[in-house]
Design a protein around this ligand. Structure first.
Ligand code: T6T
Length: 325
């Protein structure tokens, strides 16, 4: 700033009226609205976002609700819009219910990028549909992640028997797509595996644990469960433990908080499909900054996965993908 002031003073004295605006001269404010604030996945995403913000001189505002619920998220979004940040990064908690609330941001001239989850069909900038206005979607490939989970579970149970998906609730792009990928891979690749009805837990690990026990009570030959997100997996694992079935009912977890890693070491969970949430946050902020400073940005950015199991859990190149608490 001092340098700029000095340069302006020199230019003023030479009669040149203004300098072209240089990106670094403007401090952009980027808001990051997670699905919920107390989830290790979003805490880790925030760290990545903060790292990019520090590198670029961006001010990052992190604000969200205490639960993964559009009714809770929309008022947070409204409050953020009222603060007029330069851009909004958001993990929309519902594919349809966040469309109109986010359009308000767009109408107010605030660019929107969705991270982790999407609105509509997740196809942006196509000129069709009513939910294509976000500039970019930065996330894991959740259909593929679901397929990876199916393969891991199939391997763990010897490719036959009954399994089910412990999921959050319909209408969330990520967990819907994981279930879709899981079921597609099971149907195409593992004819001897039966996928029972999905159990929806509303992101409540306790509910997921009771559901595991209820499904097991009805199916004493239950072989495995896929926990389609952090709380579903934690709950399913606890349910298996409470049923005294550790090691008999196999658990594949989506997400990798420290508690799941402990469960892998104890043999309660067979494998975790770790997302790379820090990458999502980092590239979210980089994309917002690039757009704000006049660059074009990709309409979608896919981030990776790391499969964590007993064989690699202590490898530092794997352990770095364990989420921050
Ligand atoms: O699995 C993540 C995230 O990708 C999903 O959209 C919601 O649940 C998590 O935040 C884990 O709790």
């Amino acid at each position: 700033l001092l340098k700029t002031a000095a340069a302006l003073a020199i230019l003023a004295s030479t009669g040149v009226a203004s300098l072209p605006a240089h990106a670094q001269d403007k401090k952009y404010t980027v808001a990051l609205i997670p699905g919920l604030t107390t989830d290790a996945f979003y805490i880790t995403m925030r760290k990545g976002a903060q790292a990019a913000a520090d590198a670029l001189g961006v001010e990052l505002v992190f604000q969200g609700g205490p639960e993964f619920n559009p009714v809770v998220q929309v008022p947070v979004l409204d409050a953020i819009i009222a603060r007029k940040p330069d851009a909004i990064l958001i993990a929309p908690t519902d594919t349809t219910q966040l469309v109109e609330p986010l359009r308000k941001a767009q109408d107010a001239g605030i660019p929107v990028i969705t991270v982790d989850t999407f609105i509509g069909e997740g196809k942006y900038q196509t000129g069709s549909g009513d939910a294509d206005f976000p500039l970019s979607y930065i996330a894991s490939d959740n259909v593929m992640g679901g397929r990876m989970a199916a393969r891991a579970l199939a391997k763990a149970i010897g490719e036959e028997g009954k399994v089910y998906v412990s999921n959050v609730k319909p209408g969330i792009s990520t967990t819907d797509q994981r279930e879709e990928g899981f079921k597609a891979a099971m149907a195409e690749e593992f004819p001897k595996i039966t996928v029972l009805d999905t159990q929806f837990n509303e992101n409540d690990a306790n509910k997921a644990a009771s559901q595991l026990q209820a499904v097991y009570a009805r199916n004493s030959d239950l072989k495995g469960v896929f926990g389609a997100n952090l709380f579903s997996a934690l709950g399913a694992g606890n349910g298996v433990q409470q049923a005294g079935q550790t090691g008999n009912i196999k658990v594949i977890a989506f997400d990798a908080p420290t508690s799941i890693v402990a469960n892998i070491k104890d043999g309660l969970v067979d494998a975790a499909i770790a997302q790379h949430p820090a990458e999502i946050g980092y590239y979210g902020v980089v994309s917002a900054f690039a757009h704000l400073s006049g660059q074009s940005i990709p309409v979608s950015i896919g981030t990776g996965f790391t499969i964590i199991d007993k064989s690699n859990v202590d490898d530092p190149n794997v352990a770095k993908y364990v989420y921050s608490d």
